[in-house]
Design a protein around this ligand. Sequence first.
Ligand SMILES: NC(=O)c1ccc[n+]([C@@H]2O[C@H](COP(=O)([O-])OP(=O)(O)OC[C@H]3O[C@@H](n4cnc5c(N)ncnc54)[C@H](OP(=O)(O)O)[C@@H]3O)[C@@H](O)[C@H]2O)c1
Length: 322
Amino acid sequence: MNWYPAAVPPQAGREVLVTGANAGLGFFTSARLARAGAHVTLSGRDPGRLAAAVAAIRERMPRAAVDTLVIDTSSLDSVRAGVDRLLDRAPLDAVVLNAGMVHTPSRRHESVDGNELVLATNVLGHFALLEGILPHLSRGARVVTLGSLSMRLSTFRVDDLQLARSYDAWRAYAQSKIAATSLAFELDRRLRRAATDAAEAVGAASATPRVHSLVVHPGYSISGRTPRVPGVNEPNRTDRFADALQAAWAQGKHRGAEPIVHAVTADDVEGGQYWGPVWLVKGRPALAASTRTSRDARIGARVWAAAEEAIGRPFEVPAVRA
Ligand SMILES: NC(=O)c1ccc[n+]([C@@H]2O[C@H](COP(=O)([O-])OP(=O)(O)OC[C@H]3O[C@@H](n4cnc5c(N)ncnc54)[C@H](OP(=O)(O)O)[C@@H]3O)[C@@H](O)[C@H]2O)c1
């Protein structure tokens, strides 16, 4: 599996969960982390597709430490069943919130819980997952959320997160990515505040958050520029040809996974950062600038409250120091 430009530091002993890991960026992130020695839990909504992804990894790395966990992020019951399973396992050192509907429906649909489907899948399921497992993350763990360049190309309707009044397929996608990024930075602020409160309570000067929440975007990463992996990535000739025409401004998903892997593994990473490809749409990982909206603390607090309401429970970040 020599698809990559840079080596990953040894990951033996680290526990990582990747959602939406049976395909695309999630698959290549999982494969790369497993190759570096991490124990990776590949999560997805379909057991057959998860089995195919694990088989593809094992074919190249028979001793890879990988297992699977079925979570459909669009369903709060499925997420909570997944949380119960995770709480019985070893604490996680990193969680990659990657699962997402990228090709969004032209008409508004609702999830089984009555939330707008793209928001439910890309944002609310991950919010509920984190609410359940945050206390079970190890000290220094990283929560890596998938943002997107699309955030720059859309406004944000924080007063209509469920797009009840103004749904269209593009807005649903872009808005879900803005909301996910806003929540990730809000989580970072709350983790820092919790660390400061815990430090003040014992008269200590320094306050390192117990967990780091940051955001990554993969530039523009497409299947037709991605190695063929049976059962995981099998674009037809037409897609390969069409995607080859975009070579100047697109990369494969194996390369798009690089900033995600960097966010999970590199020493120069901390909560509140935003990483992406150095040339915006492609290239090696580099620190990037997120949008003003996604960094706005007042907006973050409103999205947090709306997400709590949508998942039907409060999400407290307890005062704990690293
Ligand atoms: N590719 C890009 O250029 C790009 C750019 C910006 C951001 N991103 C973000 O990167 C992430 C991955 O994108 P990708 O390009 O790798 O997409 P992808 O190839 O379509 O893969 C998406 C993954 O999410 C899973 N998923 C979808 N709905 C799910 C659900 N309800 N429950 C659990 N898993 C679900 C899919 O599983 P199934 O196979 O079961 O559908 C698949 O494993 C997304 O969050 C996307 O917004 C991608």
